[in-house]
Design a protein around this ligand. Structure first.
Ligand code: FHN
Length: 429
């Protein structure tokens, strides 16, 4: 009987998964997403009060009773949605992905499913996501929600997974009730906040063998907003029903940070995310900031891998973005205004990513991004017919020599840019 039931569930899940046909609006959104290439990731929640990152509840072995004392201290009176969205636009970013709920379960909107949210549990009492959604719509920025599957606080998130073992919560609960709770929260987000770019899931990895009812959740999202893109940071090849694939702290195909040992690049639009210092949520002690040059180079390398770059900030508990982040975003924006045509609307170019840099391309042009190459001559393999080569920055002609099996570009010192020397190759017909 049990075997029959399990098989029936398995077949139903498989049928639902296999039957997913992205709507035309979804496919259009995927194109938009790929053209956008650059977005802002925001990790913000009640944890920002401690300035010790978003994992502080787990990492400092806090009890929930102590953690809940943070809510009355979380009063981000200096939050200004207009300023945040203007900052995003100025940086040349096209979308925002903000934590609606992180692993601590705290909701950044006035959810009716639990009082553990910014409206009901804090003196601020305002729905941050609503203000941000309205402002994004006004300023033409798309809004995605990061939503954690993993929940260290909801008693029905049981049995526990790999994390959250020291919070002092009761060792009992009904996981299906938790999944109902999560679907109800997602329903609120997809019906009360206008058109949403998509949902960015995280935390599946906490219980990789659990039945997460993903098909049900994914169908709910796609039925409420067919265009909304679903991505899941499970660090595997995409599951059925997903619309894009993300990589954490690594370019697609790489695994320097250890998250991608089991991930494999699928056929969906790609995104890579990273931090400006080391932390996702606000960490007052972390001063290891990457330079704007490094961040621009990562953005360029992502584009060369055919991936978006989602760059993170962890706002402070008062609602401000720390100046070190703001400065870097401004500097990237200056660069994007000059060089954006080699990033926006491009796809990975004909030369696969190399240590020296990457190529991106549009229908008519190939952009050769020379990021790290000491020599005057750079040889490329065959890139197809090319009618001319110029520098993107000045339009100056670049000496190009055809070789058997490729071409060579001459890049003398005086035309080099320490961040990225961009050569535009005109495609021949
Ligand atoms: O545990 C989270 C972490 O806090 C952060 O949200 C990052 C963002 O990619 N993802 C998780 C770890 O995989």
């Amino acid at each position: 009987m049990l075997i029959k039931l399990t098989l029936a569930i398995l077949f139903a899940a498989l049928a639902a998964a296999q039957s997913y046909q992205p709507a035309a609006a979804n496919l259009k959104m995927r194109q938009w997403f790929q053209d956008a290439r650059f977005g802002l990731f925001i990790h913000w929640g009640v944890y920002s009060v401690l300035g010790d990152g978003e994992w502080v509840l787990n990492n400092k072995k806090m009890t929930l009773t102590d953690y809940e004392k943070l809510a009355p201290q979380f009063n981000p009176t200096e939050f200004n949605a207009t300023e945040w969205v203007a900052m995003v636009k100025d940086a040349g970013m096209k979308y925002i992905t903000i934590t609606s709920k992180h692993h601590d379960g705290f909701a950044m909107w006035g959810t009716k499913q639990s009082p553990w949210n910014i409206v009901d549990a804090t003196p601020y009492k305002k729905d941050v996501l609503k203000m941000l959604a309205e402002e994004c719509r006004k300023q033409g920025i798309k809004l995605f929600f990061y939503h954690s599957h993993l929940d260290w606080r909801n008693p029905d998130y049981f049995p526990l997974g790999r994390t959250g073992h020291n919070t002092g919560r009761q060792p009992a609960g009904d996981f299906n009730l938790y999944l109902d709770f999560m679907d109800n929260q997602l329903r609120e987000l997809l019906t009360g906040y206008g058109e949403i770019g998509g949902i960015w899931f995280d935390g599946w990895w906490d219980k990789p063998t659990a039945d997460w009812r993903l098909e049900k959740t994914y169908s709910l999202i796609h039925s409420l907003q067919p265009a909304a893109l679903i991505g899941n940071n499970h660090h595997r090849k995409p599951f059925a029903g997903e619309d894009f694939q993300m990589f954490e702290k690594d370019l697609p195909g790489q695994n320097t940070a250890g998250f991608n040992a089991e991930s494999e690049i699928g056929a969906l639009p790609l995104e890579t995310c990273d931090t400006i210092n080391k932390a996702w949520g606000y960490n007052s002690k972390d001063k290891q900031f990457k330079s704007s040059a490094q961040l621009i180079q990562y953005l360029v390398r992502s584009a060369g891998h055919g991936a978006n770059f989602l760059l993170n900030v962890g706002p402070m508990p008062n609602g401000k973005i720390q100046p070190e982040f703001g400065d870097r975003l401004r500097e990237i924006g200056v660069w994007m205004r000059k060089n954006g045509e080699s990033v926006y609307g491009t796809r990975g170019g004909p030369v696969p990513p190399r240590a020296w840099g990457v190529t991106t391309q549009t229908a008519t042009k190939i952009y050769v991004h020379v990021v790290d190459w000491p020599d005057e001559v750079l040889a490329l393999p065959d890139v197809g017919a090319v009618t001319g080569a110029t520098l993107l920055s000045s339009g100056r002609k670049v000496e190009m020599t055809r070789l058997a099996g490729g071409l060579a570009l001459r890049l003398p010192r005086e035309i080099r840019d320490p961040v990225d020397t961009i050569v535009v190759l005109e495609k021949g017909r």
